[in-house]
Design a protein around this ligand. Sequence first.
Ligand code: SAH
Length: 494
Amino acid sequence: MSQILSQEAPPRLFPLFADLRGRRVLVVGAGSVGARKIEPLLMAGARVDIVAQALGERAQGWVLSGQAQWRSTAFEPRHLEGAWLVVVATNDEVLNRLVADEAERRQVLCNVVDVSRLSSFQSPAVVDRAPLQIAISSGGTAPVLARMVREQIERLLDDGLGPLASLLHRWRDRIRQHLPELSARRGWIDRLLRGPLARRLQALSTEQADATLESALQAAQQAPRGWVSIVGAGPGDPGLLTVQAVRRLQQADIILHDRLVPAAVLAMARRDAERIETGKQAGTHHTTQEQIHQLMLEHAREGKHVVRLKGGDPFVFGRGGEELEFLRAHGIDYEVVPGITAALACAAYAGIPLTHRDHAQSLRIVTAHCRDSLDTLDWQALALERQTLAVYMGVQGLSTFRQRLIEHGRAATTPVALIENGSRPEQRVLVGSLQTLPELAAHYQVVSPALLLIGEVTSLAASLHWFGQPPLQLPDAERARCEASMERCWPAAA
Ligand code: SAH
């Protein structure tokens, strides 16, 4: 065993970013692996010379368009003349060694793809936000680890960082002139990169971005401004957070979160971010919403980045609109990060396609959180056939839903599903018909959060479910009893 374990310590490599513009790089071998190496060389402006008996498809394209030169001969040591680097991408071991030895003799840095012992330089895994680039190396010991780290960093960094870096490069002298003192300048740039402007600049034309940056520079001496990210936390499975939501959770100074947001989601947040639960008690919505507004205002005015984290999507029965109006009225900067709303998540995790060519051409999202709101619904429209209803906060209003829909013409046999704790490990899916809906919920003691889906598509859960337990139904005896008593009020044939 010990003979096959390597005794050699891994090399400690010197990190280097090389300016290859106009410099000659020799590439030996031009199949798909070679092409992967040639592409970034061309992007860096290198003069690529290919030595290969045959060209792969992509290399052919570069040669035809004149971006790279090609010699269709066997490798000869003289090909190395004038090259700054050589990359070897063949699976001919003898040739690989020959090129590596010749390169060594001529002091040309050489990379033999995936063979670190023959390589005098290695190409790192790269997170590319050019001109910002992050290179990761495991010194050739564990390329898989380097790639894993790359993926993690990739997720953390906004796509717009590259253009932002270019913008700052263009503005470098102007910023230096306005903020000559180093620490003030650094502080300002740091706040710019972390703050709401960084996002906004990305969506602006060059002239607009210039104007915005100029006014930000004029305001540089003022106290730093806080801001609020209104972030959708999705239905509970942390895997359903958006990449942007995770970034915001990792940048936040303070997180104001709903009671519905589970610990697994909060675990994604920066450890030293302050967390405040803004639990809402039924009936005290108004005062509590006021308090949430005040909390956002107070902390943003202290210069903090506030993340207002809401279950599902902030704009679907989430009062996100009111919070925005409040922030706008008080001159606080904000952004909105959408989340996966309960209807989408519950349907997906129950195996219920919300629309289906054979069963439903439209989807309606409604809420049933109190009597008043039930009275204002357009029952005529809700009772139409061939549509799916997604009812939020509906656990209490089930009898009313049944009664009104049947009165307005929806068949008592219409299939329904109740999804409790959708997307979470404790998810339960209950299926039945409109006729026995309240009894179904009572039998299984459904608790909040639960979503009600009504429509033919819900019957597909029986065959398409994939997550957690299979759907539960009312036991036969109970169902028969309910149906018999219901028959008098709402005949199944209605
Ligand atoms: N903004 C949220 C909805 C808030 S209203 C969103 O977009 O999802 C709260 C209601 O959403 C709950 O009463 C319930 O009906 C539904 N809900 C939220 N999360 C849920 C979950 N994980 N499973 C089932 N229903 C959920």
